[in-house]
Design a protein around this ligand. Structure first.
Ligand SMILES: NC(=O)c1ccc[n+]([C@@H]2O[C@H](COP(=O)([O-])OP(=O)(O)OC[C@H]3O[C@@H](n4cnc5c(N)ncnc54)[C@H](O)[C@@H]3O)[C@@H](O)[C@H]2O)c1
Ligand SMILES: [Zn+2]
Length: 370
């Protein structure tokens, strides 16, 4: 026998900074001038964000004489597809980006996921920077390195783990974000608070009107705390083997509702708001969360303007069938991540993905319809 070992033991430091700035455009330009991430930059964004902020960002980059071009794609979940990656990467080639170049993922969660995946696979991987502009992207999707696209029959089913070089949160972008998108992001904010921080939850209860009214100071605080929470989770479990599964709180039923309504009726945040209410009721039925906390969560979501009730025309049977197809269902047993109280997720022997019987799920779904 001949044996040749290829030694690849690695020690990689993929740590990065998240900067929260009113105007992150000037900061990113100055930072890249001082410490380049590449010889050339592709700013990848959707056409909405390009229209609103494209010129402004490019002006800042050009002022520092950075070699940057902008590549856009049509907005919406239906364009978070492999064909978009192909079209983006073709344009990257045409514009002369090479192995030494870098990507700036500019926009909401979709632009972040798409641009990140384009970077992860272009010439076998080039660095990328996150420049989120939606609240959801600022508090959740830009942190943690999950990038990818949807397949025709599976959301986020083609992707990679690829941590960004850094994250620049441009708070001023929130001024033009439509209210429905604000609510969308707030659903993930409430998710983080229920998962990990009861003080944040109380802060949200107290300040919900100011937040929804666009108070930048309060929003800045909320975003900072959310980045810390998400960052700590990713530090402990980068590859979603256990603890990071808790970020799917509310997403099991929420995702089923998104699929059952063809991604048309609900925005992602609206679907997971209903999903969190359902999960909290499941938790209550399992003797974990008390009814007071279930109610507090529901009231906060409703004050934000998010739905919490499962619509009458979507039956338990339909939802249960959809849950079965979900990738979180392993060996036919329904797996849920559940809070045991506001600020704390439940785990059994350190395991956060919990088995829940069909009976309890059904009972909770019925209750979540009332
Ligand atoms: N990678 C992760 O860890 C992770 C986590 C959560 C969600 N996601 C993904 O994120 C996506 C949802 O992200 P999203 O809610 O940001 O959606 P999105 O990217 O579609 O943005 C929402 C809409 O707002 C527009 N927009 C963005 N910023 C704007 C601004 N400042 N002003 C005006 N309009 C603006 C966009 O063009 C879009 O039309 C989903 O595909 C979801 O799967 C990924
Ligand atoms: Zn989500």
């Amino acid at each position: 026998m001949t044996r040749i070992k290829v030694n690849l033991r690695k020690r990689i430091d993929s740590s990065y900074n998240i900067y929260i700035e009113n105007n992150a455009f000037s900061k990113i330009a100055a930072d890249l001038k001082r410490k380049p991430a590449g010889n050339k930059y592709a700013v990848i964004t959707d056409s909405n964000v390009k229209r609103i902020f494209g010129k402004q960002l490019m002006k800042h980059l050009k002022r520092k004489r950075l070699d940057a071009c902008m590549i856009d794609f049509p907005p919406g979940e239906s364009n978070k597809r492999l064909k978009t990656i192909e079209s983006i990467q073709e344009r990257m080639l045409a514009k002369g980006l090479n192995r030494k170049s870098a990507v700036i993922a500019f926009g909401g969660g979709i632009a972040g996921d798409v641009a990140g995946f384009a970077a992860a696979s272009y010439m076998r991987g080039i660095p990328f920077i996150q420049l989120p502009t939606s609240l959801l992207a600022m508090v959740d999707s830009s942190i943690g390195g999950k990038v990818g696209v949807d397949l025709p029959s599976g959301k986020n089913s083609s992707g990679a783990f690829k941590q960004p070089e850094s994250v620049y949160i441009h708070l001023n972008a929130l001024k033009s974000l439509p209210e429905r998108e604000m609510r969308n992001g707030m659903a993930e904010v409430v998710k983080h608070a229920v998962m990990a921080d009861k003080k944040l939850f109380s802060f949200l209860e107290k300040n919900v009107n100011r937040i929804m009214g666009g108070n930048m100071k309060i929003l800045g605080k909320v975003i900072k705390r959310n980045c810390e929470i998400k960052g700590r989770i990713v530090e402990k479990d980068e590859l979603e083997e256990n603890l990071r599964k808790t970020v799917n709180y509310g997403h099991t039923v929420g995702h089923a509702l998104e699929v059952l309504t063809n991604y048309r009726k609900y925005s992602h945040g609206e679907a997971i708001a209903i999903g969190m209410n359902a999960a909290a009721i499941i938790s209550e039925k399992m003797g974990l969360m008390d009814s007071g906390d279930v109610k507090r969560q529901r009231l906060l979501l409703e004050r934000i303007g998010l739905p919490t009730k499962i619509p009458k025309n979507i039956s338990n049977a339909k939802i249960l069938r959809e849950l079965k197809k979900d990738k979180k269902v392993i060996d036919g047993v329904e797996k849920f991540v559940l809070p045991k109280k506001i600020g704390k997720m439940h785990s059994i022997k350190g395991n956060y993905a919990l088995d829940v019987s069909k009976g309890i799920i059904s009972g909770a779904l019925s209750e979540a319809r009332k």
